[in-house]
Design a binder for this molecule. Structure first.
Ligand code: SF4
Ligand code: ZN
Length: 726
């Protein structure tokens, strides 16, 4: 390897460690050793340090141990005359750099709890890691690019960002070149920054690059079941599962070299547009480690190639950038050219099966005014009728495919879609219209995406788009009748009424022994897959992660144990699980991968349970935050007393039926209670407990288990009368 890069990285690391030590000393002088030190809302402490060493940095005083460890890793700065034959010392210097940079970044939180400049996001809360992590699980995000420095021009920064977005790759930005940052370049050009658009401005200093690697470390712990301190598995996990790379834009100084060396440990290579020394032979990374002097225009392509990423970008014939990364882009009111629905006009979307003779594939009609017939700021009614046919299409798949319209219509940059059915809301931005986006392109997008995502069940797709009030009203009438029939059909589906459930093993890429068994009354714990979805998914890709599971003989009706399901789970869990109860959180509960929307756990003294959703950042009565509990139950293991579930499941008749059902619920966050209120009210009514909802405490009534007990005694909660849970 090159000796220049080694010297540079090692020198940089020495400088950064020294700097960190000074910062810690200064901070202690001012605030004392016991000053709390943490990133916001996380159960992973300073995650790179925690994942590699198991050390929980919780206060300033804890930093010394880490700094001592970092110093032990630091090699001597080599003299110019010595040839360094292998990467070891450089890699160690890189690790030392990352550890102490986490400390440097955490200390910043003592000074400015909120970033002073609006665009910097700093450390992501666990909530975000989990939400975003699932995209790495299901493949909607192939990886991330850690962009360091700034592009040569603002236009080039936008071009690089768009290219990565179109490939669905997350863009994590840190550091500057001559005081300029890529994030600011994008912001100046009016590009939407944030987790939603996958353009994440971590911070202006190079040390903010640790947020990108900390993301990777946390993914390994929360989805991969990697235990804190198991540095080897953490790094291997990232090398084999997280497809990331570093784009070094502009001059690379010693500190940046040191960070690049840190990234190499994770298997993340660096591509630079300046002539820095290269590290070509394979070793830690899949292919080359550092490749330099690549034209800015070519960097993304090069990085994808050397990281061994496989990406298929479909070409959809619309005049704006297109891809899932634009999904989170908002079109604000002042940027809106044309609007449909959203209480301002009627808007409805409907997908139905039709006879093959009635569907002409690719036919797109706009019936009523087009973009050219209206002016800026106008509102139109909108009716989208998608008619499909295909030998494998079934009426049951209509809702599943129809729901995709929401995702598809968010993919074109400058188009925003919200809602579904007859409450949809669409905006076209001024930019999109200026670039030539028309109403007919709604049809283009739906036609192309239906074929690419549902090609196995659909042969033909045609789209009619109505923009005059009479036709829209007529479509709405028709659609409402169909929606009603569909709801009745779904409501009538029970676990007893079918003989086949479906598995989902999508999360095995992160949690290798995890399997979700999805039944009509129990959706997958991520909330994204119900029984019909899985059934459709199986038809679409018969060898995919959703397989039919024959229930077979019922072994225990109350607990929800079936012979066929057990056999399937045994195989699918790599012989780790022998028995599985669908309706209990105590006896052989379902495993949890890490994507659960909600965790339910016992509060022993109350004889009941609490349920906490991922969005809830605060403490819970069981004495742990969501993120801490999640760390205990994730990774594909059975944890009696805890289950990861979807929000919807709480309102199901089968929700922990064997343990007493919904009646056990004594605490949940207010936000969650509001969100699933209708479901809960209906279920409580069925159980003959009309006032039940008011008896469930939230953080407003009780913060500790004792307070929950006091509350439920006060309101006479039914859990008190029930048999002991265990
Ligand atoms: Fe993962 Fe289960 Fe959701 Fe499938 S249903 S994506 S396995 S959490
Ligand atoms: Zn999962």
């Amino acid at each position: 390897m090159s000796k220049i890069i080694a010297i540079s990285a090692i020198k940089g690391a020495h400088k950064i460690v020294e700097n960190a030590e000074n910062k810690v000393k200064e901070a202690i002088e001012e605030k004392g050793e016991d000053q709390k030190l943490e990133f916001p809302d996380t159960g992973y402490f300073l995650p790179i340090i925690y994942s590699m060493t198991g050390i929980k940095v919780e206060k300033l005083g804890d930093c010394f141990e880490v700094i001592e460890e970092a110093k032990k890793l630091l090699p001597q700065i080599p003299s110019d005359r010595v040839w360094i034959p292998y990467l070891g010392g450089t890699l160690d210097a890189g690790i030392a750099t990352l550890w102490v940079e986490e400390i440097i970044e955490a200390i910043k939180y003592l000074e400015e709890p909120t970033p002073e400049n609006g665009i910097w996001l700093g450390a992501a809360e666990d909530k975000i890691i989990r939400e975003r992590g699932i995209e790495f699980v299901d493949g909607t995000a192939p990886g991330f690019a850690a962009c360091v420095g700034a592009a040569s021009t603002n236009e080039m920064a936008v071009q690089i960002a768009r290219e990565l977005q179109e490939k669905s790759i997350y863009v994590f930005m840190a550091g500057s070149t001559n005081g300029i940052t890529m994030s600011e370049q994008l912001a100046e050009e009016g590009v939407d920054l944030g987790w939603e658009t996958r353009l994440v401005p971590f911070g202006k200093d190079i040390s903010a690059a640790v947020y990108a690697l900390g993301f990777a470390a946390r993914a390994a712990m929360s989805f991969g079941g990697v235990q804190p301190g198991d540095y080897r598995r953490m790094l291997l996990y990232n090398k084999s599962r997280v497809f990331a790379f570093v784009l070094a834009l502009g001059e690379v100084d010693d500190e940046k070299y040191a960070n690049a060396a840190g990234a190499i440990n994770f298997g993340f290579p660096t591509v630079a547009n300046t002539p820095i020394p290269e590290i070509l032979p394979r070793g830690v990374c899949t292919y080359e480690h550092v490749v330099s002097n690549i034209d800015e225009e070519e960097m993304v392509t090069k990085a994808i190639e050397i990281r061994g990423l496989k990406i298929t970008v479909e070409k959809v014939d619309v005049p704006v950038p297109f891809g899932p990364a634009f999904e989170g882009e908002r079109v604000r009111k002042e940027n809106t050219y044309l609007e449909f629905g959203g209480n301002k006009s009627d808007a409805v979307e409907l997908l139905v099966m039709a006879d093959s003779s009635e569907v002409e594939d690719g036919k797109i009609e706009v019936i009523g005014p087009e973009v050219d017939d209206v002016g800026e700021g106008d509102v139109l009614p909108l009716g989208i009728l998608v008619e499909v046919s295909g030998r494998k299409m079934q009426q049951d798949f209509e809702p599943v495919t129809e729901r995709q319209i929401h995702y598809f219509l968010n993919y074109p940059s400058g188009v925003f879609h919200m809602g579904q059915r007859d409450i949809s809301w669409i905006r076209f931005s001024k930019d999109a219209v200026k670039n030539g986006f028309k109403i007919k392109h709604i049809g283009t997008v739906i036609h192309a995406k239906m074929h690419s995502d549902f090609g196995n069940i659909l042969d033909k797709v045609q789209v009619k788009i109505y923009t005059n009030p009479e036709d829209v009203m007529a479509l709405k009438e028709k659609a409402r009748k169909i929606f009603k029939t569909r709801d009745e059909r779904m409501g009538a589906l029970t676990d007893e009424s079918v003989d086949t459930y479906y598995s989902c093993t999508l999360c095995q890429s992160f949690a290798p022994n995890h399997v979700c068994v999805v039944s009509p009354e129990r959706p997958g714990l991520c909330g994204a897959y119900n029984w019909l979805d899985c059934r459709a998914a199986y038809e679409i890709s018969p060898a995919g992660p959703n397989q039919p599971v024959k229930k077979g003989e019922t072994l225990d009706e109350q607990l929800g144990i079936w012979k066929g399901v057990n056999e399937f789970v045994y195989k699918a869990s790599n012989q780790n699980l022998e028995s599985f109860s669908a309706y209990s959180m105590i006896q052989d509960p379902m495993t949890s991968c890490g994507c659960f929307e909600v965790i339910a756990t016992i509060l022993p003294s109350t004889n009941g349970i609490m349920a906490v959703n991922r969005e809830h950042g605060g403490m819970t009565p069981c004495g742990m935050k969501f993120s801490t509990i999640a760390g205990m139950v994730g990774g594909g293991i059975q944890t009696p007393g805890f289950i990861g579930i979807s929000k919807f499941f709480i309102g199901s008749k089968k929700f922990i039926r064997a343990d007493g059902g919904l009646k056990r619920l004594v605490w949940m966050p207010k936000e969650l209670k509001e969100e699933i209120k209708d479901l809960l009210v209906e279920r409580a009514k069925e159980m003959g407990m009309e006032d039940f909802l008011d008896k469930i405490a939230t953080e407003e009534e009780a913060e500790t288990e004792e307070e929950v007990l006091e509350w439920i005694q006060k309101v006479n909660h039914p859990a008190l009368e029930m048999e002991p849970m265990m």
